[in-house]
Design a protein. Structure first.
Length: 247
């Protein structure tokens, strides 16, 4: 057995453009059935495992949804940001539902993996400073990287404050790996998320980030076949990979 819930609440929770009032109207129009029975009232309690048909289509209830987005540069990690395009504008209609938000942020000019969900508990666990979920980045630098970067970052480097007069900030140990194919490219794994952290770390080392892409969260890599601006629903059985912490 699933969870008992009012029909209007259940149906409205699965669609971005359907309100409880809309569910009531659909019932009056005999457009909703539960286990083969036409529903006359939208306030009746039903089970999330029931066979629910809305406008001729079976509703498969999901308490939460998890979406992998390959964010392009120029898109804001926000639910609303003036005239700028946000990550929610890229979610296809079939995955859209009420309460979606980006779990964490990427800079506007940064590409890559953004998790979009309506699961506040998972987002809190993933972003909590106590969890230290690793996030992996591909970095292209203005100047060749140096071998010293590895040791400095592994020790937990100190970066300058965001504004003049701000105190320096201590970073957790990070994992730096220089590319064998291109001396200006590298991979960086962070276990926290300070504002503009990757850029500030390399600036402290006298270098500059010219391209940045998040390629993994926890043990879940960005799908290589996912094009910029595209979304992919993450299967519930794979969600815990987002919280995996390397020992």
């Amino acid at each position: 057995m699933g969870e008992k819930m009012r029909l209007d609440r259940l149906v409205a929770s699965q669609f971005a453009d359907v309100s409880r009032a809309d569910v009531k109207k659909l019932c009056l129009k005999k457009k909703i059935s539960v286990n083969g029975r036409l529903m006359a009232r939208s306030d009746e309690k039903v089970d999330t495992d029931d066979e629910i048909i809305v406008n001729g289509e079976r509703l498969v209830y999901k308490k939460h949804i998890y979406i992998m987005l390959n964010k392009p540069a120029g898109v804001v990690c926000s639910t609303k940001e003036g005239d700028s395009m946000t990550v929610l504008d890229l979610v296809p209609e079939k995955l859209m539902r009420q309460g979606l938000f980006p779990a964490g942020r990427l800079d506007k000019d940064t590409e890559g993996f953004v998790l979009i969900t309506d699961d506040g508990e998972l987002s809190h666990r993933m972003l909590s400073p106590k969890t230290h979920v690793p996030k992996t980045y591909f970095v292209r630098l203005e100047k060749p990287w140096e071998e010293s970067y590895r040791e400095v970052m592994a020790a937990g480097m100190t970066i300058d404050g965001l504004r003049e007069g701000d105190s320096e900030e201590k970073c957790l140990p990070a994992e730096f790996t220089g590319s064998c194919e291109n001396v200006c490219e590298c991979t960086l794994i962070l276990h926290e998320g300070k504002f503009h952290q990757v850029k500030r770390m390399f600036e402290k080392l006298g270098n500059k980030v010219v391209y940045l892409k998040r390629t993994a969260i926890g043990e879940m890599p960005l799908d290589r076949d996912l094009q910029l601006g595209e979304c992919l629903e993450i299967l519930h059985k794979d969600v815990e990979k987002l919280l995996a912490v390397k020992c």
